[in-house]
Each structure stands twice: as C-alpha cells, then as structure tokens.
Design a protein around this ligand. Structure first.
Ligand code: FAD
Length: 492
C-alpha cells in the first residue's frame, strides 16, 4: 500500500488525511503537540470550557462532505444548528443592532435601527452572493496554479460580473459608495477581519463574505467548534489514519526531486511517497526543507493580523449578550492604521466576545458564562507583548463595562491569555498570524503558496497559510484541492 504523511493535525491536515485515506493511501499524521486541532483546540479552566481559536462556523457542508466521501452519515458524528441571531452589535454611539441571519429580517432590523432602506440592504446581499458565485468555483475550489483551472467553464462565469468584483477598489471604498451610514459601513468592513485583512486596503472582492453569513448562514456545532476536529479525527481513525502525537517533523526527505519521507524529532525516518505539509508554509521551507531554494517572494508576502484573546470565567449571566458579540471602536480607520501600519494595538480596539455557554450551558458553571474576548492585533514583529497585553486588558474591561453598564472586572473569576507569541509557539504559525498572508492587495490570491510545488514531486501543502487561505472553510477547501491533486495510489 502506498504511504502518505501529513505534517500537522490542524483542521486542514485532518481533512487531507481523510481524503488520502479514502483515496487508498496508508496515512500517518505527525503532530508536534500532544493532541490534534492546531488552532482549533479547547481547554478547561475552573469548570469553564473554552474553544481556544475559531468561534464562527460557516459552510458546514464542507465538513459533511468528508463523511459522505467516506460513506458515512455526517449526523451520526457531528451535529450543528443554524443560528437565527448571528451577531449582537454594539456601536460606539450606543446603538445596538441584532444581525439576524435571514436577509429580510436582518434588513428590517437595519432599517429600524440605522434608518437604511431594507431594499438597499437586501440588494447588497444579493450582490455579495453574485460576487461569491462568480469567484468561488475558480478562486476557492481549485488550484490557481494549474492551466486546467483557467480552461474550465467556471472562469467564463466571472466575465459578466467582472465590473462588480471590485478588483480595483477597496472594500471600504465600495461599502462607502453603497451606504452613507458610517455604522453600517463599519459592520460591512469588519468582514475583512475574517481573513486577517484591512478593509482600507483589501479589494472589494472580499465583500463576498457577508454572503456566507447572511445568505448561506452561520452555524454552531453541538459541543462547540472543537467538536468539528473531534468528529473528523474519529472518522479519520476509523479509516485507518494513524495519528502520532509529540512527533514533530524535522525534515522532509527528498531524493532526485521526489519526496521519500519525513525525519521526526525522535529521529525516526518514516518513508512515504506523498508528504502533505499542514504546517505553516514559511517554517515548512525554513525548517523542514533546508536543501530547497525557498520561493522568497511568496514567503515574504505581508502576514495577516493576529489576535489577543482573554478567556474569562464570568460568574454572572448577561442576558443582553448572544453567542457572538461585537463592541465596535469609534474610528475603524484609526484602529486598522494601528494594526497594519503602526503594528500595535489601537487604544480603542473593537472587542469581540464569544460565549458558547449561551448555547452549550455545560461550558460554564450554573449562572455563569465562558467569555472568549478577542481583539485584532498585528502579527508579532518584536512588540512588547507583555506591556500591550496589560494595557489592552484594562482598555477592554473599561470598554465592556461602559457598554454593559456594570463593572465587568468584578465578575472575572479566572483567566487565561493567548497572544501572537503564544499562538506561534503552540501552532508554528509564522509570526502568530491567524490566516497566513493577508489579502491586503488585489493579487494576494495569486501570491499565496500553491497546494503543490513543481520542485519536489509528491510534496503538497494544505492549511491556512496556502491557497485558498485561512479560516475553517478555506482550510477544508485546501485539503480538497490537495485530495484532487494527489494521484491515485494505483497510478504509476
Ligand atoms: P493549524 O491550526 O495552523 O495547525 C497546524 C498544526 O501543525 C498544529 O497542530 C501544529 O502543532 C502542527 N505542526 C506545526 N509544525 C509541525 C511539525 N514540524 N511537525 C508536526 N506538526 C507540526 N477561522 C474561522 O473559520 N472562524 C473563526 O472564527 C476563526 N477565529 C479564529 C480565532 C483565533 C484566535 C485563531 C487562532 C484562529 C481563528 N480562525 C478562525 C482561523 C482558523 O482557526 C485557522 O484558519 C485554522 O484552524 C487553521 O488550520 P490549519 O489547517 O491551517 O492548521
């Protein structure tokens, strides 16, 4: 049986392992940590359970597809519910807005709270759908680095909508053109942060993201986001995938420009015809492939933003909060200037609070809540994080206390913190960037590393640092593209 190795048990690596096992390979997954998940992991603290990384789940069909591919029924392993309320927004001027998933309901709420006609909001969401449908089949579902992609009929579908794709303008400029209300523009601009980018630089093509939430829906997995990784690992193991933990890959072995296997930290040499790196592509080249000339232009693309997260056990309930809550800054432009130009944290950051105990009460003790409190921050470039964490903690507490009209600090019973240095240490993500390279320019999609390299036969790449990008759905799609690229084991 031909052998494949996947380096890293992040969501992309787990999905790739499933696809290769279904294809007929004997698959080993080497994971540096003592468990799977990468950024998608969990921990418990004083009776509170926290999803450590991702909290928003869209496109669940990409998870379901893996079970179907393996001939299983997804709901036997993994259940999720569609959210009626996606996000509770708190604007700096005191306005509160509930973002319902259903477009008509959302548009009615925007009309009532922000005095923007519901027809305009609905029209915007229809346009968002058109951008998604014109671009996704080519830019997300296929390799951008193979001629076949450009010969497919899908490319033709983008032609009629080219003027709408917004390739020559920024998200913010496009949103400002559509809406005068600064609050609604801020709400729409926020979608740039879904892949760690800056709405004042990222192309307006990213205005396809609202379609994912408001037309296709946002979801909550039973048991929290970690349940996605758990259920997929269960499936992978049933398919015979072998997970080796505390087994850091140290070198990808090659001979005559072909992969032959991997050497691990335990000095074990594991042979394989196929190697898939789910490790961030920068350390993959720098650490595991020292013999290869690295694609410097690609590796030096600007990194996405990172995050600073405070995980708080809160010993009271806040009825006005939902699963996802956003407390906006007063001036978004200044906030993004701090992140991307000054490479520091704004003194008035937008604060995101995720509370899974709203839907999974077992995640917190009785009458308590598990708060995941996150601000977008620059990736690590040597800042004094200890100081930034200290200052930002005070800013965040004061901001939330003002918005919720109560001293939040008084209810924090336990705390854990994750900053860009911790994110890099725990997941090997270069500079602690959450989504690999940023999408802050119009060529970003083409400058991300492909899912293969023409320099080494048998070597592939998946996960958030390579095409098509970061975030759970795109990592799953990267694994799908790898699954399509890898030849069948019976091929010569
Ligand atoms: P990673 O999660 O990066 O895992 C890589 C794995 O490789 C790790 O387990 C690591 O230990 C292992 N590894 C590295 N080097 C080696 C080696 N040499 N040998 C063996 N193993 C190695 N996405 C969303 O869709 N929605 C969200 O709401 C969201 N919010 C986020 C919030 C935070 C705080 C973070 C950190 C991320 C968030 N994301 C979100 C992004 C999402 O989590 C990631 O894009 C995705 O989980 C990355 O998966 P991956 O496949 O790239 O692997």
């Amino acid at each position: 049986m031909k052998k494949a190795i996947v380096i890293g048990a992040g969501i992309g690596g787990i999905a790739a392992a499933i696809r290769l096992a279904v294809k007929g390979y004997a698959v080993n997954v080497l994971e540096a940590n003592n468990s799977f998940g990468g950024k998608m992991t969990q921990f418990t603290l004083n009776g509170y359970r926290f999803d450590k990384g991702p909290s928003l789940f869209t496109m669940p069909q990409l998870v379901d597809e893996l079970f179907t591919l393996a001939g299983r029924n997804s709901s036997d392993y993994f259940r999720y519910q569609r959210l009626d309320v996606i996000t509770q927004y708190f604007f700096a001027d005191g306005t509160r807005l509930t973002a319902y998933q259903e477009p008509a309901k959302f548009a009615a709420e925007v009309e009532q709270k922000l005095k923007i006609s519901r027809e305009k909001v609905e029209k915007y969401l229809i346009k968002s759908r058109r951008i998604y449908e014109a671009t996704a089949p080519t830019f997300l579902h296929k390799s951008l680095h193979q001629v076949q992609t450009y010969l497919s009929g899908d490319v033709l579908k983008t032609i009629p909508v080219l003027p709408e794709l917004g390739l020559t303008t920024t998200m913010h400029a496009a949103n400002t053109k559509e809406f005068k209300d600064k609050r609604f523009v801020q709400l729409l601009d926020r979608f740039a942060t879904y892949n760690g980018s800056d709405p004042y630089q990222a192309p307006a093509t990213l205005n396809l993201i609202p379609h994912l939430e408001h037309n296709l829906g946002a979801f909550y997995p039973e048991g929290g986001i970690y349940a996605i990784a758990q259920s997929l690992v269960k499936l992978a193991e049933e398919l015979g995938v072998h997970f080796l933990y505390n087994e850091r890959a140290e070198e990808i072995l090659t001979e005559n420009n072909k992969t032959t296997g991997v050497r691990t930290v335990k000095q074990t040499l594991i042979p394989a015809e196929i190697v898939v790196s789910n490790m961030d592509v920068v350390p993959t080249y720098r650490k595991l492939l020292p013999q290869l000339t690295a694609p410097e232009k690609t590796l030096q693309q600007p990194r996405s933003s990172s995050a600073l997260i405070f995980y708080w056990g809160i010993n009271r309930e806040f009825k006005e909060l939902h699963l996802h809550n956003i407390f906006f800054s007063k001036d978004y432009k200044i906030e993004f200037e701090h992140i991307f130009q000054r490479k520091t944290i704004s003194p008035d950051p937008t604060v995101y609070v995720n509370i899974t105990s709203k839907l999974s009460p077992e995640d917190a003790p009785e009458a308590s809540e598990n708060w995941f409190v996150m601000v977008n921050v620059p990736h690590n470039s040597g800042q004094d994080w200890a100081d930034l964490v200290k200052v930002t903690r005070e800013t965040v507490i004061s901001k939330l206390s003002k918005a919720l009209q109560t001293d939040v600090n008084a209810y924090i019973t336990c705390e854990q913190v994750w900053d860009p240095i911790g994110i890099e240490a725990d997941t090997s993500s270069f500079a602690g960037a959450l989504y690999g390279s940023s999408s802050n320019n119009r060529l970003a999609a083409f400058l991300r590393h492909p899912n293969f390299t023409s320099k080494v036969k048998g070597l592939y790449f998946c996960g958030g640092s390579v095409h098509p990008g970061g975030g759970i759905p795109l990592c799953l799609l990267s694994a799908k593209i790898v699954g399509d690229l890898v030849p069948s084991p019976s091929d010569k």
